[in-house]
Design a protein. Structure first.
Length: 136
């Protein structure tokens, strides 16, 4: 399974913010420059993270973003579920996608593997991914 850049950027933003002073705010431009990623793409990522309450975003002259909750409360598995449009490894139901249906068992096996992947990530929080990792 490969995550989209969108999810990768979301995780990077959360990790970056979790390593900063909780009272400090950063602009999207500062974060985009720090990682060398497109600002316009990051705007969409931060908007979704804000909608999900993972970041606190304030507009205006003294605005910026910071974590919306403690890094120990942000589950990596949930972030991936929330950020990815689909977690299906293959799309067997698309018209004309596969002449092997309904006998093929590949999709079930891949779904099982995907669930195991997410179950592993559910054991970690953003705090676990930082240089300041500490137990919950």
């Amino acid at each position: 399974m490969q995550l989209t850049h969108y999810t990768d950027y979301g995780l990077r933003v959360l990790i970056f913010l979790s390593e900063q002073d909780a009272t400090q705010r950063f602009t999207i431009t500062e974060i985009a420059d720090h990682f060398g990623i497109p600002r316009n793409h990051l705007v969409k990522v931060v908007h979704q993270l804000s909608t999900l309450k993972h970041v606190d975003a304030t507009r205006g002259r003294n605005g910026g973003i910071r974590l919306g909750r403690h890094a120990n409360e942000i589950c990596v598995g949930n972030i991936i579920r929330e950020m990815e449009a689909t977690l299906d490894i293959v799309d067997c139901n698309k018209p004309g996608a596969c002449p092997l249906l309904p006998e093929c068992r590949l999709k079930g096996i891949l779904n099982k593997a995907s669930n195991a992947f997410l179950k592993t990530l559910d054991q970690y929080t953003i705090a676990d991914l930082t240089s300041k990792a500490r137990p919950c």
